[in-house]
Design a protein around this ligand. Structure first.
Ligand SMILES: Nc1ncnc2c1ncn2[C@@H]1O[C@H](COP(=O)(O)OP(=O)(O)OP(=O)(O)O)[C@@H](O)[C@H]1O
Ligand SMILES: Cc1cn([C@H]2C[C@H](O)[C@@H](COP(=O)(O)O)O2)c(=O)[nH]c1=O
Length: 196
């Protein structure tokens, strides 16, 4: 089963991912995008570039995803592991659709179309829901993505994705204290894995 954690910068995904990882052992693979590979290094370099070309940036993230799929996600799923990824393809559909708004016609449709032939859709996606102001403040507003205005566009894109796949997304109220957020995530995982 492939479980992904999605949401705005500062929504608390990594906090939960680390807490889950600390209490699980065999049968679980914890992974993330951007990855730790050299493709991920290229992505992180681009995040730090305010003037990076948004289309070039989309393809850096997508290259990292292709490598992540073939080297980590697909092998772990083939071994029967539960794979938990902190960010995955929906981050591209939400963030790069925002950064390419005005550059391409229907950017989300374009980005989903690029992924469709090779990606593996998640089974369950936990959406960490916070207002853009909260996300930007928690993240520290240190780069071009961690800005309230940009995150408002990203949030609208996530809402569109949720309305397209209501059965896959589970909304988590991530404005709650960290312990409550983790409890809710554990409940959801217990339910979906129990049903598996
Ligand atoms: N539920 C919460 N309430 C208040 N603060 C939180 C909560 N969860 C996480 N934080 C704090 O918010 C900051 C961002 O958290 P975290 O790194 O987990 O978010 P993230 O969604 O992974 O962000 P990014 O996508 O930018 O990496 C951290 O300082 C963390 O301690
Ligand atoms: C995978 C992915 C990420 N992003 C953005 C979101 C964040 O601002 C940064 C890095 O992610 P992290 O969770 O803070 O480590 O990159 C993106 O725009 N598109 C993506 O596909």
């Amino acid at each position: 089963m492939l479980v992904t954690l999605e949401g705005l910068d500062g929504s608390g995904k990594t906090t939960v991912w680390e807490a889950l990882r600390a209490t699980r052992d065999d049968g679980w693979t914890f992974t993330r995008e951007p990855t730790g590979s050299w493709y991920g290094d290229a992505v992180r370099r681009s995040i730090g570039e305010p003037d990076a070309d948004p289309l070039a940036e989309l393809f850096l993230y997508t290259a990292d995803h292709a490598d992540h799929l073939s080297r980590t996600v697909r092998p772990a799923l083939a071994d029967g592991d539960v794979v938990v990824s902190d960010r995955y393809s929906d981050s591209r559909y939400a963030y790069q659709a925002a950064s390419l708004d005005g550059e391409l016609k229907r950017p989300m449709e374009y980005i989903r179309g690029v992924h469709q032939p090779f990606t593996r859709e998640p089974d369950v996606t936990l959406y960490f829901d916070v207002p853009p102001e909260t996300g930007a403040a928690r993240a520290g507003a240190t780069n071009k993505f961690e800005q309230t205005k940009f995150l408002s566009e990203v949030q609208a894109n996530y809402e569109e994705l949720i309305s397209m796949r209501p059965g896959r997304f589970v909304r988590i109220d991530a404005t709650r204290p960290p312990e409550d957020v983790l409890d809710r995530v554990e409940d959801v995982l217990g339910r979906v894995l129990g049903d598996d």
